[in-house]
Design a protein around this ligand. Structure first.
Ligand code: PMV
Length: 351
């Protein structure tokens, strides 16, 4: 008897131009395009194994060993159903394909980093889930990563960007059915191998306001978001794409910091306001600003997602310098524990 099983792993991505706001909450269509860097280290990954078997009585998901409810019509169910539908189409078209689309699935997913702490765990999680079921159903042979990103997007918006490596744009699209709201690779990792991301874990506690409810509140109440969508992000997407293509670090870094600042300003402009950064986060902003000022050039860029943790983009030649500074000013960094820990970039381990 054949075993129908596949395992896939996907890394976290960290946005430089942030996605914040949905124009369609069911299909997860964003109010603006976004752009991220997919991390390629082993530290921040989700790994998912999916198995189909005639004996299974219901689709079941375990997240870090704990069973999660798959809500009918919920995001996980939507991803599974769409992949199952595509598998059924393939089976109907080719009678040699084993008829496994009618089997229920058992899915086990592990994150090797804190879940829901502003480290984009849902992005890696849904990207790994979609990849593993796509492999199980042999859909990865007929669909491109961009096509699969349409499905991962419906799990968690930012997940669509984790299906590709390097520098990835999520094009907001215009169509009401979402068929043009997908991820495309702007440049592969090898295009700019000197680029590093330092992940500074300020806190691994679960975040207070989920991105889903936070975004909804922002869309409903923030006038600044409208300005951002219409007058800021379109040009920023063009400028950062050009900076990546030209490997222009100072421009890339300035745009990344500006966009992080505006995302958190939009959170503050929300009613009631949302605070994701804390005092340690703000101290790290100052550290990066002072570092760049003292260097007389922009050598590092901070960015913060929906949590207090800091990601610092820096070129390889300056990794040691900035990492030493972080460790000097936040001595607990070396201990890898709360309230501050530092990990990621392999280069850090070599210091
Ligand atoms: O995909 P979600 O719902 O986890 O939203 C992610 C939003 C940010 O991380 C704050 C920004 C981004 O573009 O990843």
């Amino acid at each position: 008897m054949s075993l129908y099983q596949a395992t896939a792993s996907a890394p976290v991505n960290i946005a430089c131009i942030k996605y914040w706001g949905k124009r369609d909450t069911a299909l997860i269509l964003p109010t603006n395009s976004s752009l991220s860097v997919t991390l390629d280290q082993d530290h921040l990954r989700s790994t998912t194994t999916s198995r189909a078997d005639a004996s299974f009585t219901k689709d079941t998901l375990w997240l870090n060993g704990k069973e999660e409810v798959i809500k009918p019509g919920g995001r996980t169910a939507v991803c599974i159903e769409e992949l199952r539908r595509l598998r059924k189409v393939a089976e109907d078209a080719n009678s040699n394909e084993p008829k496994i689309s009618s089997f229920k699935l058992h899915i086990a997913s592990y994150n090797n980093f804190p879940t829901a702490a502003g480290l984009a765990s849902s992005a890696a999680g849904f990207a790994a889930l979609v990849s593993s079921i796509a492999q199980l159903y042999s859909l990865d042979k007929v669909l491109s990563a961009s096509q699969l990103s349409l499905i991962a997007r419906q799990g968690s918006g930012s997940a669509c960007r984790s299906l590709m490596g390097g520098f990835v744009a999520w094009q907001a699209g215009q169509l009401a059915d979402g068929s043009d709201s997908l991820a495309v690779q702007v440049a592969p990792r090898e295009h700019w191998p000197e680029m590093h991301a330092l992940i500074c874990v300020v806190s691994d506690a679960k975040k207070g306001t989920s991105s889903t409810s936070g975004m909804q509140r922002t869309v409903e109440t923030s006038p600044l978001l409208q300005h951002r969508i219409n007058h800021v992000v379109p040009q920023r997407m063009k400028d950062i794409t050009a900076a990546i293509q030209a490997r222009d670090f100072p421009t890339f870094a300035r745009l990344t910091m500006q966009d992080s600042n505006q995302f958190h300003a939009v959170c503050l402009d929300t009613e009631p306001p949302i605070f994701y950064m804390n005092d340690v986060s703000r101290a790290l902003v100052q550290l990066v600003v002072e570092y760049n000022r003292a260097a007389g050039e922009v050598r590092a860029a901070y960015t913060y997602d929906a949590g207090p943790n800091c990601v610092i983009y820096v070129l390889q030649k300056h990794v040691k310098e900035i990492a030493n500074l972080v460790v000097r000013f936040f001595p607990l960094a070396e201990t890898f524990k709360d309230p501050f820990a530092l990990f990621a970039s392999e280069k850090i381990g070599e210091l």
